[in-house]
Ligand binder design. Structure first.
Ligand code: ADP
Length: 449
């Protein structure tokens, strides 16, 4: 007990003893000990009840009551209650101020924020941008179903995925020129936050960047073809002194042409969300082509093994798949020193899918480079890539082609021992030759490389 409370307690106890002693003395003096004592005790009890009532009044009063002066236990209790009430009021005021500040911040955000009840998917609150971007109206839309309110947007399925829902890009229901990126964030047991961001400007910039790269590449194509043509016409035997320079110029113009072609391929791949058309891609013939290309590139410097005993084909774009696989094969040859081994194989996996694997016993890739290896122009060693005639775009092309085929690229590599690049295709892109294959898909043309 704090000293102040203890002394109040002792003071009140002492006062009670004094009153009882005085009452006993007075009772004995008038010869009526018990009646006097009983009357005094009743008085004391009545006084305590009166003080108890005062405490109740304080606890239930709406306005602030100042604590009474005095040093007894009831005054101390009164003072303590007054202090804790003042502290509570202060805390409440600070909390309210914080809440107001958070609300003001959420209201001022340029992104639309909607608080949605998880089970009923009813709207609980939204900010001003919710009105601007999603067309929600206050107070009419509070309590209405979000999915029904934003009807044209495909939200029902998306919200059903809940925590796992990926960001959804869709048009604003108010203005089709605005593209929104929607994200669902569960933030408590039964509340979700829907965040809608206007990404129109970003998409426009991204499109401008793509157009710029595609146009520049396209414009470079003609001058490069002309330079390349004239260089081919020059005969090094007529000017032997010029022979090494001519060879270098031819090599560099060849590299520039390859760079422009790769940039154009990437632009074309980037402009597609999904494959324009699908065909049955004969993998036996694809593996044969890859073998021929690997042998031509290697010029007998490597041991090349192609396992072409396959009983499956792929559905997709033959041209794009060939461009991806031949990039992997070309990398395997270029990044494996002479005498190394390169293996190319296609096999079914345990889940009805298929894996095309290109393995080499080459230089390998340090683990810290692997996460970024498929970025454009990312190279482990710039000089080695340049020497080998690389453009730095090969793996970016591979990744885009695989994305279009809903496939993934897995890379396992060990420095000094080699690398394995695996393209993993799902069952929907695999056709087993002995299967009663999907007749609708088999109607499509068959491509051979
Ligand atoms: P590049 O045209 O430079 O080969 P890529 O996009 O094809 O560009 O490859 C990116 C980088 O990844 C290369 O520069 C190289 O460092 C590394 N790389 C790719 N394939 C292999 C491989 N099979 N073995 C070792 N390193 C590789």
């Amino acid at each position: 007990m704090p000293p102040r409370a203890r002394s109040a307690w002792l003071r009140t106890l002492g006062l009670l003893v004094l009153i009882l002693a005085a009452a006993t003395a007075a009772g004995l003096l008038v010869g009526q000990l018990f009646p006097v004592l009983a009357a005094t005790a009743l008085g004391v009890v009545a006084w305590h009840y009166w003080r108890l009532r005062k405490v109740l009044t304080r606890l239930t009063a709406r306005q602030r009551l100042a604590p009474s002066n005095g040093k007894g236990v009831w005054n101390e209790l009164d003072r303590l209650l007054y202090r804790s009430q003042a502290e509570m009021r202060g805390r409440k005021r600070r909390l309210m101020e914080m809440l107001r500040a958070y609300r003001a911040a959420a209201t001022a955000l340029p992104d639309a924020i909607v608080v949605v009840e998880r089970n009923s998917q009813r709207i609980q609150w939204f900010n001003e941008s919710g009105t601007r971007l999603l067309g929600l109206r206050y107070p009419d839309d509070i309590g209405t179903s979000l999915v029904q309110r934003l009807q044209p947007l495909p939200l029902a399925h998306w919200m059903a995925a809940g925590r796992n829902a990926e960001a959804l890009e869709t048009m604003s229901p108010l203005n089709p020129a605005i593209t929104l990126s929607l994200r669902l964030i569960p933030y408590s047991e039964n509340l979700w936050l829907l965040v809608a961001r206007d990404v129109s400007r970003l998409l426009q910039l991204e499109q401008m960047r793509r157009d710029f790269v595609a146009n520049v590449s396209h414009e470079l194509r003609t001058p490069l073809t002309v330079i390349h043509g004239y260089l081919d016409m020059l005969d090094p035997e007529e000017q032997p002194d010029w022979a090494p320079m001519l060879a270098e110029m031819q090599r560099q113009s060849q590299r520039m042409t390859q760079l422009v072609e790769d940039l154009l391929t990437l632009s074309r791949l980037e402009s597609q969300d999904r494959l324009q058309s699908e065909e049955v891609v004969s993998m036996a013939s694809m593996l044969n082509t890859l073998r021929r290309e690997a042998l031509a590139l290697s010029q007998g410097r490597h041991d090349i093994e192609v396992d072409d005993a396959v009983d499956l084909d792929l559905y997709g774009s033959g041209k794009e798949l060939h461009s991806a696989f031949s990039n992997l094969v070309s990398n395997a040859v270029r990044y494996t020193p002479a005498g190394g081994r390169i293996q190319i194989a296609l096999r079914a996996d345990d889940h009805g899918g298929a894996v095309l694997q290109v393995a080499d016993s080459g230089y390998g890739i340090p683990a810290n480079h692997l996460p970024r290896i498929t970025e454009r122009f990312y190279r482990v060693s710039t000089s080695r890539s340049r020497e080998s005639g690389g453009t730095g775009l090969g793996l970016a092309i591979v990744k885009h082609v695989l994305n279009l085929h809903e496939a993934t690229l897995e890379i396992a590599s060990e420095v000094g021992r080699g690398s394995v690049f695996s393209c993993r295709f799902g069952p929907s892109h695999v056709r087993r030759r002995d299967d009663a294959a999907d007749p609708a898909r088999d109607d499509r043309t068959t491509s051979t490389c």
